[in-house]
Write a protein that binds this ligand. Structure first.
Ligand code: SF4
Length: 467
């Protein structure tokens, strides 16, 4: 029996990183609870409704995708479809080449991480600058996000100050104001140089083709103001049927993500720059990315595509808080990632990530906080079952051998005898005994003292007393 990769990752995690992840995620959970339920006493009914809206869209995605395409084109956008990660990068490259764009500003977009856009564009000779402060720091460090909303949740300010110093952005100074000012000064030049800007999209209304992008730093707005070309990379699941659905989803998104009533910059993009407008891109391209989403849609875990990337499930997850986002070895961490990543990996990639659905205590907290009511624990169980059916080695890692227990539990006489003698277990020096596969477990953990048999004698005595 091999150990679970995520357990090993958590055991090896640096103490400073664990502290940063714990405090960052706990703060998100506390704020969410306060703001969501103070503003909306019936928040749980809103979550249910939002889940229904998203599920309805997914159930009729072909129709809404066509409608969104038509509406976007009517607004003057050029619409492209990318079947997989490579096609998405190729589409972006083709648009950039066609418009002679070399320098590109980019705001935060998880789908661009998913398709490996930055590396791909860098290899093809483009200068791409991340403009979200967290993503910019990760880009300097050659690191990856470990949270969908707070990408640098695993870093503290002294580490960031050292990164800035190393990359020539001033002497060591870990004051947040100084760090922010230096990043702004660097980016200001890039905003002025950039010929194109790349964004994601939080939602696209099929009714109007209006696209909604939220940021807390206004960086996507700056990118749009200075560039000739705007490319939006959008997962096909980001569509909602009507504009009015946005009010429900935006009210839930900000509160669930950061405990804000509304994300500071909530932009609605209806098309390229209107005639006579002072600023804004002349070209607006939307690249809808599939990258196995239709496979997920056809699976028994399709509800995961309702996700609006708020990060609430990772903030509340006890496993995420211990292990951090990089332990999930994929773009999407936490409970969301434990479901979505093995699915997006496809049949050939699933075996590599089949241990992720086991990275959960199944406490249900992720389902309770999810603004679109995704039954994450149920989906984790379905994927665990898939791993078992496929005889996957990763899925079997650290699974206790239950055969002996089942054998004893099926015989009342053996069960009674084992309960009677179980007190003896308290006398064993667990940490010293080479227990085979269980040895690794007992080496790092203590077992609670066995106090078995009490319930059965209590029930027996109760029965006697009742007679
Ligand atoms: S699964 Fe739910 S809680 Fe987790 S990021 Fe997605 S929407 Fe938020």
């Amino acid at each position: 029996m091999s150990s679970q990769i995520i357990d090993q990752f958590a055991a090896d995690l640096d103490g400073e990183v664990r502290t940063s992840v714990r405090s960052g995620s706990a703060a998100g959970t506390d704020k969410r609870h306060k703001v969501l339920f103070e503003d909306f006493p019936e928040a749980d009914r809103m979550r249910e409704l939002a889940g229904k809206v998203k599920q309805h869209t997914l159930d009729h995605l072909d129709k809404y995708l066509e409608q969104a395409e038509a509406a976007l084109k009517a607004n003057g956008a050029k619409v492209h479809f990318a079947w997989d990660a490579k096609a998405a990068c190729d589409e972006v490259e083709a648009i950039l080449r066609q418009s002679n764009a070399k320098t590109v500003t980019k705001s935060k977009s998880m789908v661009s991480e998913e398709v490996g856009l930055n590396d791909s564009l860098a290899e093809r000779g483009f200068d791409v600058v991340e403009t979200d402060l967290g993503e910019f720091i990760l880009q300097l460090d050659g690191d990856h996000p470990s949270h969908v909303v707070k990408p640098i949740i695993h870093k503290n300010r002294s580490e960031i100050a050292r990164t800035f110093e190393k990359h020539g952005l001033g002497e060591y100074n870990d004051e947040p104001e100084t760090i922010t000012r230096r990043a702004r000064q660097f980016m200001r030049k890039k905003y002025l140089q950039a010929e194109a800007t790349i964004t994601g999209a939080n939602f696209v209304s099929a009714e109007s083709g209006r696209m909604c992008v939220v940021t807390n730093e206004g960086n996507s707005r700056f990118g749009l103001a200075g560039s000739r070309v705007h490319i939006a990379l959008v997962g096909i699941e980001k569509i909602v049927p009507r504009d009015i659905d946005l009010s429900l989803l935006l009210n839930l998104l900000g509160r669930s993500a950061t405990g804000q009533a509304l994300t500071v910059y909530t932009e609605f993009i209806a098309g390229p720059k209107a005639e006579g407008a002072v600023s804004g891109p002349e070209e607006f391209h939307v690249v809808f990315v599939n990258n196995r989403r239709t496979e997920v849609l056809a699976s028994n875990c399709r509800e995961i595509l309702r996700c609006i990337r708020c990060g609430a499930c990772m903030n509340v997850c006890p496993v995420y808080r211990q292990a951090s986002g990089h332990a999930y070895r994929s773009v999407y961490p936490g409970p969301l990632g434990a479901v979505l990543s093995p699915l997006l990996a496809g049949a050939e990639g699933f075996p590599e990530l089949a241990d992720l659905p086991k990275a959960s205590s199944l406490c249900g907290a992720c389902n309770e906080v999810c603004p679109v009511d995704i039954p994450i624990p149920d989906l984790l169980l379905k994927l665990r079952d898939r791993g078992k059916q496929e005889h996957n080695a990763q899925a079997a890692a650290d699974t206790p051998p239950m055969g002996a227990w089942a054998w004893v539990a099926q015989s009342p006489a053996l069960w009674r005898a084992s309960l009677k003698s179980a007190n003896m277990l308290n006398l064993l020096p667990y940490e010293k005994i080479p227990f085979g596969p269980l040895g690794r477990w007992t080496r790092d953990r203590t077992l609670p003292a066995w106090r078995g048999g009490k319930f059965r004698s209590w029930a027996k005595n109760r029965k006697k007393a009742a007679k």
